[in-house]
Design a protein around this ligand. Structure first.
Ligand code: NAP
Length: 284
């Protein structure tokens, strides 16, 4: 199979990592299906890509859209999909006490249920092409920290799905890679701060005050820590799709390796270090 014959679908290609990946793979000669939720995002992508790039209206929480996408990709590729990159995702930060149920459900609908719902109908196409599944997770899929109980739970779920499917699909020659992503300079960072502000405004100020060390710590992390451009992550996705032996796990971006290493420490030591970093010398 040449690259031109190799079709790849990327979800969440309107911005950030998904967009950089779609454009990068298009430039490398793949037949790219770029999942977007708005027609104008598809047009904007096409304006920067070759004629071969095909935007696909794909909200991962919309069952009809998922079924339609699988049917169209199946028709246009004779049932062969070489790569599925599950990238679409939301972030949700903040202490659980102040996060509304509706936000938690929305996050799980996209990050977990949407990923499963998209993957399932594409498995026959990946099997036919002996293709590759690449799931975009996070350092928080290995290390759960305060302030991120909901987001970390969703990315631990992505890790679990990757691990489970890796063996489930191996007999068919389909590989599964999990990307453990650190900080990347995308729209998500602004979204985190906006959403934090929104959730904080709706919270009881006295409760909010209890969590001020967490807010200060993680706001600093979002604002001050350097991230990498999304194109760097796109290169790693391309590697997972092209290397003869794709890895089960790729670490990419600042913080990813540190979080992986911390996750391997004995729990008491790890939690002691994290507590000190968050709260200084204060005792509980
Ligand atoms: N940036 C980081 O520091 C970082 C770190 C670790 C992991 N990640 C992960 O990387 C992935 C991409 O994030 P990003 O940083 O590139 O953020 P981003 O620029 O905000 O991109 C998120 C993408 O997901 C799409 N999306 C949201 N809800 C969707 C839905 N219901 N159906 C389909 N697409 C949907 C968005 O589409 P719309 O434009 O239509 O909303 C957008 O294309 C996510 O899974 C995220 O968790 C990012």
């Amino acid at each position: 199979m040449t690259k031109q014959d190799k079709a790849v679908l990327i979800t969440g290609a309107s911005s950030g990592i998904g967009r950089a990946t779609a454009l990068g793979l298009d430039a490398a000669g793949y037949q790219v299906f770029a999942g977007v939720r708005k027609v104008e995002d598809g047009l904007a992508l096409k304006a920067e890509a070759s004629d071969a790039l095909a935007p696909l209206l794909l909200d991962v929480t919309d069952g009809d859209a998922v079924a339609g996408a699988a049917a169209r990709v199946g028709e246009e590729t004779e049932g062969n999909l070489f790569g599925l990159v599950n990238n679409a995702g939301l972030s949700l930060n903040g202490p659980l006490e102040i996060i509304p149920d509706s936000e938690i459900r929305r996050l799980f609908e996209v990050n977990v249920l949407g990923l499963l719902a998209v993957t399932r109908p594409f498995i026959p196409l990946l099997r036919k092409a002996q293709g590759r599944l690449v799931n975009v997770s996070s350092g928080h899929g290995l290390l759960a920290v305060p302030d991120k109980s909901v987001y970390a739970a969703s990315k631990f779920a992505v890790q679990a799905i990757s691990d489970s499917l890796r063996l489930e699909l191996r007999p068919f020659g389909v590989s599964v890679s999990n990307l453990v992503v650190g900080k990347v300079d995308t729209a998500v960072l602004e979204k985190i701060l906006d959403e934090r502000e929104r959730v904080a405004k709706a919270a009881d100020p006295a409760v909010l005050e209890l969590y001020s060390p967490l807010f200060e710590f993680f706001d600093r992390e979002v604002k001050d820590l350097p991230g990498i451009p999304p194109e760097e992550v796109a290169k790693v996705v391309a590697e997972a799709l092209t290397t003869p032996k794709p890895k089960a796990q790729y670490l990419v971006g600042p913080g990813a390796r540190k979080m992986r290493n911390l996750s391997r420490l004995p729990r008491r030591l790890r939690e002691g270090l994290m507590y000190k970093a968050l709260y200084g010398a204060r005792r509980p």
